[in-house]
Design a protein around this ligand. Structure first.
Ligand code: FMN
Ligand code: SF4
Length: 508
């Protein structure tokens, strides 16, 4: 009898907890997995103690270590994102570890009075090539390409609203511009090999459709996707079962049939015709136009720089994606072994443009785990003007790194088209988290710039950071990546301009 009443009381309690979990909007996991989802939060809470005795260290998990994820989660929730008791990294022995060299005295420091303020780019996007709609991006940190289709509508909405709150841009990804991208955030429209949203029935590019898409949304720039770090040189296949009415409409493809993305573009076939295509898009839309690519063989970049040196045609920006970058789904050989990691790939491309004196003419954007302050600082030191963040932004809106994105069973509703799972993600509250994370990253970049004694992260140079080279030896980034004198630095007029925009005199 007593056992029965205990059982009834337990069942009532569990029902109440389940009801509360389903109704609340703060935790996507609990909305999707009422009651049992609490186990994850319990494990997270006692994780440090458990790991102390039993499991792995805070630095071991991949792609993002527990410490890195903790920093993103705490930043997004506006919680204390500091770490106590000192570093857990064996800093003298970890090969590749970066050391930023602080300066004791400085002439100028960044104005950190308004931590909410966007942190503008040092370069005007499209300015050097005189594009009609050239502009200075308000934020050096922006949201990287991720399509509706690989992410849920709720996740795209949260990121778009977050972008609007934080004053950043969101890249649509190659899946076209969806209604979820129209929530107030500025956009970079990505065009991939399948030209989703701007294609003819046979899959070829359609300029008029592109102009219609651009005219109907706050598109600030166009990015032609050549490849991405996690799966370069690989075409995609969207199975017919996933081609819902909504996706068919957005992408401009037939309902319910398999849709293959070719591995290469059909609108151009070499660097020369690619530059013609770039100029066509820029002339017809007035927008800055750039390319996104992972770095493999260097012939492409050498030809691009050589043709741009003539001055009549050119890209406004290049987005270099590191081989360590993310994807919704890709074969292991591609995620692990095709294309160079960010630092190697970026420095080779930057050097190719630097040899021809072109670095001030192009905005360099980097991606590949750069949504963490130390990686971002290295990117800026190597010459990046802006960085894009993808998985870090996903973490900020609730992703728990369960790595099931390719199964359509994402437990937090971020990377799924399953309506029940996507319902768990509340776009309004997650938008705030995305925005707070983006702002916090910018704020930390300002703090690091201040420590180095410069007014903007773009002024951190390749000699301001050293990396551990093994055998107790550290070398500057410039030394490791073969940078010549002046490489990785903004030209004097750009440096003066951005310093004047942001700087303040150090106070006593
Ligand atoms: C779920 C997902 C979808 C993505 N979709 C695209 C895409 O449509 N186009 C693209 O160029 N890159 C795509 N990417 C790559 C990202 O834009 C980014 O370049 C890469 O993940 C590196 O950034 P991160 O390390 O901050 O994640 C995707 C990445 C993820 C995780
Ligand atoms: S499946 Fe896992 S890793 Fe992918 S978005 Fe969802 S929670 Fe994140």
């Amino acid at each position: 009898m007593r056992a029965r009443s205990i059982g009834a009381a337990t069942a009532t309690a569990l029902t109440l907890v389940a009801a509360r979990d389903l109704i609340q909007k703060k935790h996507s996991l609990l909305r999707n997995f009422p009651v049992i989802g609490h186990a994850r939060y319990l494990l997270e809470t006692i994780g440090p103690e458990l790991r102390q005795y039993v499991v792995t260290s805070n630095e071991e998990e991949r792609p993002f270590s527990r410490d890195q994820r903790t920093w993103i989660y705490a930043s997004a929730k506006e919680e204390n994102n500091y770490f106590g008791f000192g570093t857990e990294v064996d800093i003298e022995h970890v090969q590749g570890h970066a050391y930023i060299k602080q300066r004791t005295f400085a002439d100028t420091l960044p104005d950190t009075h308004d931590p909410q303020a966007p942190l503008p780019s040092a370069k005007v996007l499209g300015g050097p090539r005189g594009r009609a709609k050239a502009f200075r991006p308000a934020s050096v940190v922006n949201i990287s390409a991720m399509s509706f289709g690989s992410l849920s509508g709720a996740a795209i909405t949260a990121l778009n609203k977050g972008a609007a709150l934080a004053g950043t841009m969101q890249n649509t990804g190659e899946g076209g511009l969806s209604p979820y991208h129209r929530n107030g955030g500025d956009l970079v429209l990505q065009i991939g090999t399948a030209y989703f949203g701007c294609r003819n029935e046979d899959g070829s590019f359609n300029l008029d459709k592109l102009k219609d898409v651009v005219a109907g949304a706050p598109v600030k720039a166009i990015e032609i996707k050549l490849s991405q770090g996690a799966k370069p040189g690989l075409g995609g296949m969207l199975p017919g079962a996933k081609v819902t009415e909504e996706i068919a409409e957005i992408r401009g493809i037939p309902l319910g049939s398999d849709c293959a993305s070719p591995s290469r573009h059909t609108a151009f076939s070499d660097v020369d015709s690619m530059l013609d295509f770039v100029e066509l898009l820029a002339t017809e839309t007035g927008l800055p136009v750039g390319v996104k690519s992972a770095v493999g063989e260097m012939g492409f970049w050498q030809q691009l720089a050589a043709l741009m040196a003539r001055g009549d045609r050119g890209v406004d920006f290049v987005t270099i994606d590191g081989g360590e970058g993310g994807t919704g789904a890709a074969p292991l050989i591609f995620t692990d072994s095709v294309s160079l990691p960010f630092r190697m790939g970026f420095s080779r491309v930057y050097g190719t443009f630097a040899e021809l004196g072109l670095t001030d003419e192009v905005t360099f954007i980097g991606s590949g785990k750069l949504g963490l302050p130390e990686n971002a600082a290295v990117a800026f030191a190597l010459g990046a003007d802006m960085i894009n963040v993808a998985r870090e932004a996903m973490l900020s809106i609730g992703c728990i790194q369960s790595q099931k994105c390719h199964t359509d069973r994402c437990p937090t509703g971020v990377a799924t088209q399953n309506p029940w799972l996507a319902r768990g993600l509340d776009p309004a509250s997650k938008a705030t988290r995305a925005a707070v994370y983006l702002r916090t990253l910018r704020k930390e970049l300002m703090k690091v710039s201040s420590a180095v004694g410069v007014a903007h992260p773009g002024l951190i140079t390749a000699t301001d950071i050293e990396i551990m080279n093994g055998d107790y030896d550290a070398r500057t980034l410039a030394g490791v990546y073969g940078y010549k004198d002046g490489w990785g630095k903004l030209g004097p007029h750009l440096a003066d301009e951005i310093t004047a925009l942001l700087a303040t005199k150090p106070t006593l």
